[in-house]
Each structure stands twice: as C-alpha cells, then as structure tokens.
Design a protein around this ligand. Structure first.
Ligand code: PXP
Length: 235
C-alpha cells in the first residue's frame, strides 16, 4: 500500500502563533520524502483554517512527492486545482463547524456541472480523481457513474473504542465492491498504528491517507529528544 500523509495539522500549529511562512510545511514534506512517503495530502479548506493557498504553491514548487489535493467541489477550488495541477484530487464534503471531515461526500448531491468541468480537466491533465465516501455500495456506483477513477473509503469507524465485526465487514464489503467495479481503492480517516491491523482486504487497497495520528504521535516520539536538547542548551 502507498502511504499518503496529511500535513495540514502542521499548518494548524503554525497558525496558532500567527506565523504564516511555508517553511514548516516544506520541512515536513522533506521529512516525508526522506521516509519515502508516497503522497502528500493537503486539504485546502474554503475557510483556509490550516493550509493556505501559498502553502500549496510552495509545496508544489519545493516537494517532489505527488500532491493529493483534498477539496470541496466549488468553482474557486476548481480554479486553484487548475493552477496547481496536483497529481491527485479527492473531493470531500465540507461543513464550516466540523472539527474534521465528518463523513463521506454524497455524490448524489454535488453539482454535476462543476463535476463535469473537473472530470474533463482531470482527464486532460492525467490527474486521478477520487471521492471520499462512506463505505456504501450506492456511493461506489455513483462514483463509477460520474467517472471518478478512485474512491477513498472512510475508515473513521475504526477509531471507535470497540471495533466490531460489523464495522470491519462493512469496510471490507465496500473495498471489495469498489475494486470489483475497477475503481482504485484508497482508505483513510482515523487510522493509527493499532487499527490498521483491522483494515480488511489490504491487498486491494492502493493507498492509505493518514493525518492527525501521524502528527500527534510524532510529538511523543520526539518530546524526549527535544527536551534533552533544550536541557543541554539551558545548563
Ligand atoms: N482522508 C480524508 C479524505 C480526510 O479528509 C482526512 C482528514 O483530513 C484524512 C484522510 C486523514 O484523517 P485523519 O487526520 O483522521 O488521519
């Protein structure tokens, strides 16, 4: 499986101090490259709460890792995608008050005119177009009907305290069905060191997209190292 790392959370921490240069993101992208991360995932939200436009431009310019642009289906985002030309685009639903993407997109409800314009652009530029969907058959069939080449199956339910057989079966059926429809199957949301083991049909999954856990866990993996360095400096 390919690994896509969502580095938006680095921008969130940067923004908390009102800093606005893209250096921290480029630094993160370089560490991703060093560790052979396959895809750099960024979600340019309409409210720009984490990654900003200039971060995306800087990442495109300075990083060799293919970019997966997560975005809402709006005219503004399509225009940005046209300028940036990421390797992958993943359509996600956006709600202003949500803390993170809460559920998959309902392909029935998105603008078919905007989608047509985006699919035409993606085909022309050889950009892979994905829909972030809940693990259900109807959405997979809609993804196929509207010419997405990829689906990203929402795995947020694997974050539950108890991972029931029912949850695993639901994801398993979705992965299997999407694959049988000749769609490229990705998965993401809420994944961590532990719950990846419950992910079914791994051999059918092309890429995983992981964000919050990577950044949160990184704090504790390096806290010790940073404090040791600081103690040495302040001796
Ligand atoms: N995939 C998609 C489509 C997302 O919107 C997100 C969250 O930004 C992720 C994956 C990563 O989820 P998490 O941060 O829970 O790992």
């Amino acid at each position: 499986m390919k690994l896509g790392v969502n580095i938006d959370h680095i921008a969130t921490i940067r923004n908390a101090r009102g800093y606005n240069d893209s250096n921290s993101l480029i630094r993160a992208a370089n560490i991703c490259a060093k560790n052979k991360v396959n895809i750099l995932t960024v979600h340019l939200r309409e409210d720009r709460r984490h990654i900003k436009d200039k971060d995306l431009i800087a990442l495109k310019k300075n990083s060799k890792i293919p970019i997966n642009l997560e975005m809402a289906l709006t005219k503004e985002m399509i225009n940005i995608a046209k300028k940036i030309k990421p390797s992958y685009i993943c359509l996600v639903p956006e709600k202003r008050k949500e803390i993170t993407t809460e559920g998959g997109i309902d392909i029935n409800k998105i603008s078919k005119n905007l989608l047509k314009s985006l699919t035409q652009f993606c085909t022309k530029q050889n950009i892979s177009l994905s829909a972030f969907i809940d693990p259900n058959k109807e959405q997979i069939l809609l993804a196929k009907k509207y010419k997405f080449d990829t689906v990203e199956i929402h795995t947020g339910s694997l974050e539950n305290k108890i991972i029931s057989k029912k949850i695993i079966l639901k994801i398993s059926k979705a992965v299997h069905f999407a694959y049988s429809q000749n769609l490229i199957v990705n998965a993401g949301h809420g994944l961590n060191f532990n719950n990846i083991q419950y992910l079914p049909n791994k051999n059918l999954i092309n890429a995983l997209h992981i964000g919050h856990f990577v950044i949160f866990e990184s704090i504790f993996e390096s806290f010790d190292k940073v404090l040791k360095k600081l103690k040495k400096i302040t001796q």
